[in-house]
Design a protein around this ligand. Structure first.
Ligand code: ZN
Length: 300
């Protein structure tokens, strides 16, 4: 089932590919210790960490329907893609996304009543493995754009960075080869600055740090808006402790500064956050707690 949210004149669907205990939290967040997890056990478990300290993560897209356009934000892992463990994928030990073959994502997309032909824009908050996968699909042994009419909106510096990285050593980022470069070759890329306004309903918000030119996406209008946060944060632990960096961060210090500034601002507003990876309901508001922050999951 796609999960649906109405916000003024726009509709947001969560298109889930996967929700599971995926990664060892101690590896995922290098500065984390078992003691620290234990101190936070009462609220982390069982919702966000399992008993083996694996992170419970959702892998999903947000499909946003405005009066002007249909926008798909991030495209998960995708099917039939070689994703070995180690540096060729997540940098983590488990090859959890190797050669996925699941119809869950496509079924959930279909349940919205829309098809791949209806998508006007595909927005990738950043060009990591679990945000670009369904950009392409396998057809007669070739990777072709999954969304044939769409413009794929990439931040310029982000794309440059990853093309350079792929040119230096393609084995470290195979997803660029099968999920990003085919979009460039098909001439379906729209290169933008990370503060680009797509329309009155959809605006990019620069949130750098996790990657070099990561953006989040504000959708809706003032007072009736949400921000799709991408990987500005991966788990609620990074709301309470914005200093916790993730293994794959481009610059963890900058990512921390981005989180603090963002939480500081958004906690003063009614803006809803649509997170990429928090388990269901995945949407929350940020509030102040002491001299820090906390999150309140949105009840359905
Ligand atoms: Zn991610």
């Amino acid at each position: 089932m796609a999960q649906r949210l109405e916000l003024g004149r726009i509709t947001i669907h969560r298109i889930v590919e996967q929700e599971a205990a995926l990664f060892d939290a101690l590896q995922f967040f290098p500065a984390l210790t078992p003691e620290f997890i234990e101190e936070n056990r009462s609220w982390l478990k069982p919702n966000y960490f399992d008993d083996d300290n694996k992170l419970i993560l959702c892998i999903q897209s947000y499909l946003v329907i405005t009066p002007h356009e249909v926008v798909l934000i991030d495209t998960c892992v995708g099917n039939h893609k070689p994703r070995p463990a180690g540096p060729g994928a997540t940098g983590l030990d488990e090859p959890v996304w190797d050669m996925m073959s699941s119809d869950r994502y496509e079924r959930n997309l279909a349940s919205t009543g829309l098809t791949v032909d209806d998508v006007d824009y595909v927005l990738c908050t950043h060009l990591h493995i679990d945000h670009v996968g369904w950009n392409t699909r396998l057809e007669d042994g070739r990777w072709v754009p999954t969304f044939p009419r769409a413009k794929y909106v990439f931040a310029e510096r982000e794309l440059q960075h990853w093309i350079a990285q792929h040119g230096k050593d393609s084995a470290t980022c195979p997803w660029i080869g099968d999920s990003v470069l085919p979009i460039v070759e098909a001439d379906q890329v729209e290169l933008v600055k990370s503060d680009h306004a797509l329309s009155e309903f959809v605006t990019l918000v620069p949130t750098p740090g996790h990657t070099i030119d990561h953006y989040s996406v504000r959708v809706g209008t003032r007072g009736e808006d949400a921000i799709v946060t991408g990987d500005m944060m991966h788990t609620p632990l990074q709301v309470r402790y914005p200093e916790i960096g993730m293994l794959g961060d481009f610059n963890s210090r900058q990512a921390e500064e981005t989180r603090r500034a963002f939480f500081d601002h958004v906690s003063e507003t009614s803006t809803l956050l649509c997170t990429s990876h928090f388990p269901a309901p995945s949407t929350c508001r940020i509030i102040r707690r002491g001299d820090g922050f906390d999150f309140v999951p949105k009840s359905d």
